[in-house]
Design a protein around this ligand. Structure first.
Ligand code: NAD
Length: 471
């Protein structure tokens, strides 16, 4: 853990800084900041002829809305403080983007690369069973999702274990999100966080007066980007920014090192290259940089740390040359590095805003699961017939006709992926506009992170007050 204060304390400090711009009573701020429930678990896993004790957590930070929601992380960095900080960020994230959940997070302190698939399955199933025993999982209680080191495969194991133990529960498929599409998942969840990062960045860069202040033109096309971490979030951010935003990816950092190409790196080819060779190093056309942190210091418009926390610290903050930092990972900038970057005039899009796409689409998946049907199934054909009728009538009245392709476009209903992406796009744009509006109303709020915390705090406080807990 870098910096002088813990990750959880740094989240608390950000909240205190924002609280000063609200009139929420002090006691209520303290309640909002507190972690409501912390579960620490130890269980054995068999490795060879011996056993190993596994350390795991689930933290429910806030119960002002239920269920609580948050990913499960498999990493060696996991400890109680980290899981508490990540759970707290989930509460502020859900409030900010109007996803009606409290915040939670889970973590297992392992390096998944050191275990076989069978061992990982055993660990995941045992962890789920512990959560079931303690009533820490369920569609109306606490709903996990993927995070660092986990993905759809782990979510499928969790669902299967839950259903085996809670046979007959009608909404059981909503006990976890980020499931494979074939296992009651939703299209668009896998890339949702990266896609959300892209929508948030595009919205930020669309405001000419804000861009002028940092010496950039408006419009995301042609901007240069550096990405750290080519996992779920980083690779999708890079891919979507490149293909849909015409962004030039000039630097990439992974565990093994970092590479640079001022003419742009084809992300799709790089991912295929890494799959084949196991490394990004030696990718045709690229130059190797000194080490895996060096890419963060490249001259670029947008820097996207998408690996883990504590990547930009007092040690390297003064060497960062990016104009915008999009915190795709949670907590990539330490609390003491934050003011150094702001002093340099860098725009920081805070983690709990910019990476909220994942939980947003998880919410859509949960809704789909609870409704037990695919979005659009009931109404698509009905709307098609209705629109088709309107167009035929217009053709009849005007004596003119449109071609088949135009008719097809105007009469069809949205597919699941189109509905998911449009809901995600709207969510990211709306939240950014709320933050921006807050800054306009309170010109004394110094930065976007503080403004975003003000938005979240007001919503959570109003939930508590309407519950009658704080009259
Ligand atoms: P992931 O496991 O899919 O990928 C992480 C990647 O980072 C891996 O490729 C890993 O090799 C790389 N990495 C590790 N150490 C590195 C280093 N020192 N330098 C460069 N690369 C390094 O994880 P993810 O799901 O993409 O999560 C990444 C971050 O995004 C985490 O902070 C997570 O909490 C956050 N996040 C994830 C989601 C989600 O939906 N998965 C949602 C919101 C936030």
């Amino acid at each position: 853990m870098g910096g002088h204060i813990s990750f959880f304390n740094s989240v608390e400090n950000y909240v205190d800084k924002a609280a000063a711009f609200t009139d929420i009573p002090r006691g209520l701020i303290e309640q909002i900041k507190a972690c409501n429930l912390v579960l620490q678990i130890r269980f054995p896993v068999r490795v060879g002829n011996d056993y190993e004790v596994i350390e795991a957590y689930r933290v429910q930070h806030s119960h002002h809305r239920l269920p609580t929601k948050g990913g499960i992380r498999y990493a060696e960095s996991v400890d109680q403080d980290e899981v508490m900080a990540l759970a707290a960020l989930m509460s502020y994230k859900c409030a900010l983007v109007d996803v009606p959940f409290g915040g939670a997070k889970g973590g297992i302190k392992i390096n998944p690369a050191k275990y076989t698939t069978e061992q990982l399955q055993g660990i995941t199933r045992r962890y789920t069973a512990e959560l079931v025993k303690k009533n820490f999982i369920g569609p109306g209680i606490d709903v996990p999702a993927p995070d660092y080191g986990t993905g759809p495969r782990e979510m499928a194991w969790i669902l299967d274990t839950y259903q085996a133990l809670r046979h007959g529960e009608i909404d059981s498929i909503a006990c976890v999100t980020g499931k494979p599409v074939t296992q009651n998942g939703i299209r668009g969840r896998a890339e949702a966080t990266g896609r959300g990062v892209f929508y948030g960045l595009r919205e930020c860069i669309s405001h000419e007066e804000d861009m002028k202040k940092i010496g950039l033109t408006k419009g995301i096309a042609g901007k240069t980007m550096v990405v750290q971490g080519l996992g779920n979030v980083g690779s999708n951010t890079a891919l979507i920014s490149q293909t849909e935003g015409d962004v030039k990816i000039i630097g990439i950092a992974e565990r093994e090192g970092s590479i640079y190409n001022p003419n742009g790196i084809d992300v799709e080819k790089l991912l295929a290259f890494r799959k084949e060779t196991g490394s990004i190093m030696g990718f045709p056309g690229s130059t190797a940089l000194e080490n895996n942190l060096a890419a963060l210091e490249l001259e670029c418009d947008i820097l996207v740390p998408a690996a883990l926390e504590n990547q930009i610290t007092v040690a390297n903050a003064h060497r960062i040359k990016a104009k915008i930092i999009a915190e795709a990972a949670n907590g990539p900038v330490t609390a003491d590095a934050d003011p150094i970057l702001l002093q340099k005039g860098i725009i920081i899009l805070p983690d709990f805003y910019i990476n909220a796409g994942g939980v947003t689409v998880s919410y859509f998946e949960w809704l789909k699961n609870l409704s037990h049907h695919r979005f659009g199934r009931l109404e698509n054909r009905f709307h098609h017939n209705q629109f088709d009728g309107i167009i035929s009538k217009v053709e009849e009245l005007t004596g003119k006709s449109i071609n088949v392709r135009e008719r097809d476009f105007l009469t069809r209903g949205g597919t699941e992926i189109e509905l998911v992406n449009s809901g995600l796009e709207d969510t990211m744009i709306t939240a950014y506009q709320q933050i921006r509006e807050t800054m306009k109303q309170h010109p004394d709020i110094p930065d976007i992170r503080t403004a975003a915390f003000v938005c979240s705090l007001k919503k959570i406080a109003s939930d508590y007050i309407s519950m009658g807990i704080f009259p």
